[in-house]
Design a binder for this molecule. Structure first.
Ligand code: SF4
Ligand code: SF4
Length: 328
């Protein structure tokens, strides 16, 4: 695929052109936080080496989404979606979207809501220079500087971006712009990871039964922040309500850390205590998603570590599980 040079002093011109035809979502300063938001002016876009407070997952999997209206019959909600560019997505969040895409579209059933959003989204990635406090993408085996899990990938090289065009959707964005072609780089920038990739590698039953989950989860408050902020968490529930006299069904993000997440209609709760709920969070991310889709559902973005009010650290937990396995 082609590489072109995008001079930084032409970025605003590009953005203003894109905004005529697309909703543009990009990192934007909201108070102190850098967040993905729809931007209306090119000058509102901030492309730097910070990691956004939240990932852009909500633009593909909204936190609250109307899916159905009950009238004379059941009307599936019209899934007309706006063509959207999500700009400045770091490599860890691109990896997370691979996990989300697998879960929503590669299983037994396809989630048509997610799929439509994905089909109408152009992803523009951006390389990271340095790991931030709490990040452990390198330990998870990711290359923070480069990814091809997007439509176009930008590498900052001072006064310009090197744009790697990876799909037709990416190519379309640069049509007619007379940008200078660049030779393909001789080598893709790599992260040096000599310690090996942090995974949970062992018998599922042994990890499930022999890990001291009560002690590992002792500090957890069950607030659910880690799940809401995680770029790969994808659990949801349904809520029926009446809106202006019309019954409607929404789906809303849910959290496996909440006590009622798995409660049955009978009242029985198979995950009645936080040690079971925390066990589920770790086993799901590091074993079950991998068994089902081939990905570990943790990118090492560190958001849960930075945001947990109790100071829980998933990297330390996984490391401890692996050490205990080796010593048992
Ligand atoms: S953010 Fe921390 S305290 Fe809250 S549920 Fe997650 S691990 Fe527990
Ligand atoms: S579990 Fe934590 S570190 Fe891993 S992807 Fe989710 S928020 Fe990031």
């Amino acid at each position: 695929m082609a590489h072109v040079v995008v001079p930084k002093n032409r970025l605003n011109e590009l953005l203003e052109g894109w905004m005529k035809n697309y909703r543009v979502v990009a990192p934007h300063r909201n108070g102190k936080a850098l967040v993905f938001e729809e931007v209306k002016k090119a000058s509102d876009v901030i492309l730097n080496d910070e990691i956004t407070y939240k990932s852009p997952k909500e633009y593909l999997f909204p936190q609250v989404e109307k899916i159905m209206t009950f009238g004379d019959g059941v009307e599936p909600e019209s899934t007309e979606v706006r063509k959207t560019i999500v700009l400045g997505v770091k490599t860890c969040d691109l990896e997370a979207l691979k996990v989300m895409t697998a879960v929503f579209t590669k299983g037994k059933y396809t989630d048509t809501y997610f799929e439509k959003n994905l089909n109408n989204t152009v992803l523009i990635g951006l390389g990271c220079r340095a790991e931030k406090p709490g990040c452990f993408c390198n330990a998870r085996g990711l290359n923070k500087a480069h990814s091809q899990a997007c439509d176009m990938f930008l590498t900052d090289s001072g006064d310009e971006y090197m744009a790697e065009i990876l799909t037709c959707k990416g190519e379309e964005l640069l049509e007619g712009l007379q940008l200078e072609e660049a030779p393909s780089p001789a080598a893709i920038p790599q992260d040096d990871n000599q310690a090996g990739v942090l995974e949970i590698d062992g018998e599922e039953n042994v990890i499930f039964n022999k890990t001291d989950w009560a002690s590992i989860s002792e500090k957890c408050l069950g607030c659910g922040t880690c799940t809401f902020i995680c770029p790969t968490c994808h659990c949801f529930e349904f809520k029926d309500t009446v809106l202006e006299g019309v019954p409607v069904r929404y789906r809303c993000w849910d959290s496996c850390m909440y006590p009622k997440f798995t409660i049955h209609a009978s009242g029985h709760n198979p995950r009645a205590s936080k040690k079971e709920r925390y066990r589920q969070r770790i086993m799901h991310k590091y074993l079950y998603v991998k068994q089902n889709f081939g990905y570990t559902a943790c990118t090492g973005c560190g958001r849960c570590i930075r945001s947990c009010p109790a100071g829980m650290n998933i990297k330390s937990v996984v490391t401890e599980i692996m050490e205990n396995l080796k010593n048992s």
